[in-house]
Design a protein around this ligand. Structure first.
Ligand code: PLP
Length: 467
């Protein structure tokens, strides 16, 4: 389907679907006489129930905008009149293809499974408050300990797990907790997730940039003045390289010798396509590594669910800080996630998504090759780095408009200016039906931009900074 429908989240879903379809007709995206995509397809595309789409279409049929022909489908019956145009609320101009990194496939969230898990969790819930544990629900910690051992080789028991509201929440908690333990300086990879350094500085911890090369973070630059190093060892974000075996050993030696900690951000460790993923670094030194994961790549970032696995002496202080700073994580959501893992649905979903992302990465490589370009970084995760023509920069926020596609530049993630112009391509996000078109649109722009000076500079900003 070649529509770009966006739902207005502030109105009821049925009305939002109706408005979006009406807008498509008004704008000529669905011309008179054209066939409206099937209800199943639209429901998947829009992430709503099929019944909601059917109801919205019924409304439009009743209005005379659409007509249903037996066994043939639903068609656009008439051009919208002035009154229809007036009912079409103005929308923000949207880029057609969203290839910004960070989010899993649109519409892939296993809503029915989650709802069932939540119902089961609620049925067995006793909201007494008497057993509150600052580490989070025991059911979830037990499921996570077993799952992380299976999937990522993490060495833990439920006692050392602290549930949190995702990685960014964990960072805020850890910054305060480790500062409370005397930490003064933290090393953070460059490039990295934006604003990480800010969170540490808010807590009064000084930040030091740790450059990254083809073998991962330059851990040889760590010294005994550094109390913690924040790393993405399995799949550097966003460059996509792996921390080499030698550097894994070196960083653990440094941590042991200087009594420092490694903070392992395992944000997409489940998604390695070419082989089994390297086990978590935490496994080799559970006393020196804080392991963090979240459901942001596996399910959806809006769930706000994550976990920390801590060295024994940090469990108490970090759990207490989590409770004091955040009040903990909604318990029913924790129990629903525990149910999802226990039932096997969580891992089934991950396997399904891994197959889809692997397919996309292969296709991305093929399409780029045809455009004379190559993505860098291992075959893993939800993003890849693609070199840009010289002098291609995004806007101040690091967003790049490449023809019909919207991406991020590497500059958005870097606190220094050391990297050649590159795009961070989030190949997971587009819905299945739009992925091919999105990638081809980007490749087409790349080919044209590489060949013509006029197309090169696509936004005025000469510099780019962490956003
Ligand atoms: C490097 C990295 N770490 C962690 C996360 C997950 O963050 P959160 O759990 O706060 O959504 C992301 C998501 O974009 C990420 O890119």
């Amino acid at each position: 389907m070649d529509l770009f429908l966006s739902l207005d989240p502030s109105i009821a879903k049925r009305r939002a679907v109706e408005t979006a379809l009406r807008r498509s007709v008004a704008l000529g995206q669905l011309p008179v006489g054209s066939r409206v995509p099937g209800t199943r397809e639209l429901a998947t595309e829009l992430g709503v129930a099929r019944g909601t789409v059917t109801a919205a279409i019924d409304d439009l049929v009743a209005d005379g905008v659409l007509v249903t022909r037996e066994r043939a489908g639903t068609f656009v019956a008439r051009a919208p009149g002035a009154s229809d145009a007036a009912r079409v609320a103005p929308v923000e101009p949207t880029m057609r293809w969203d290839l910004r990194p960070g989010r899993p496939e649109a519409g892939s969230f296993p809503l029915a499974r989650w709802s069932a898990a939540l119902r089961r969790a609620a049925a067995g819930w006793t909201p007494t408050g008497a057993d509150e544990d600052a580490r989070g629900s025991l059911e979830l910690r037990a499921q996570l300990a077993a799952y992380l051992a299976r999937a990522r080789g993490v060495e833990t028991t439920p006692d050392s797990v602290v549930v949190c509201a995702g990685y960014r929440s964990a960072t805020n908690v850890l910054a305060v907790a480790l500062r409370g333990q005397g930490a003064e300086r933290v090393a953070i990879e460059d490039p990295a997730l934006p604003a990480l350094d800010t969170a540490w500085r808010w807590a009064g911890v000084q930040t030091v940039d740790l450059p990254v090369d083809a073998a991962g973070a330059r851990v040889d630059l760590l010294d005994s003045s550094i109390d913690a190093a924040v790393l993405t060892p399995a799949h550097q974000f966003p460059l996509g390289v792996v921390l080499s075996a030698a550097r894994r050993r070196d960083v653990l030696s440094w941590a042991a010798a200087s009594r420092s900690v490694v903070i392992e951000d395992d944000y997409d460790g489940e998604f390695r396509f070419d082989r089994r993923p390297v086990a978590a670094l935490q496994r080799s030194a559970p006393d020196r590594v804080i392991y963090i994961g979240s459901t942001s790549k596996s399910l959806d970032p809006r769930l706000r669910l994550g976990w920390m696995v801590l060295p024994p002496d940090l469990v108490g202080p970090v759990a207490a800080t989590t409770l004091a700073l955040t009040g903990g994580v909604p318990e029913l959501d924790q129990l629903a996630l525990a149910e999802l893992i226990r039932s096997g649905d969580y891992e089934r979903h991950i396997r399904r998504q891994r197959r889809e992302y692997a397919r996309r990465r292969v296709l991305l490589d093929q399409v780029l090759a045809q455009a004379g370009s190559t993505a860098t970084g291992i075959s893993a995760g939800l993003q890849a780095i693609v070199p840009l023509p010289p002098r291609s920069h995004g806007d101040e926020g690091g967003t790049l408009r490449a023809g019909d596609a919207m991406l991020h530049t590497l500059g958005r993630y870097s606190r220094t200016d050391d990297h050649p112009p590159s795009a961070v391509v989030g190949f997971a996000t587009p819905p299945r039906s739009q992925f091919d078109a999105a990638i081809h649109a980007f490749a087409r722009w790349l080919r044209e931009a590489s060949g013509s000076d006029a197309a090169r500079v696509i936004a005025p900003s000469p510099r780019h900074h962490a956003g």
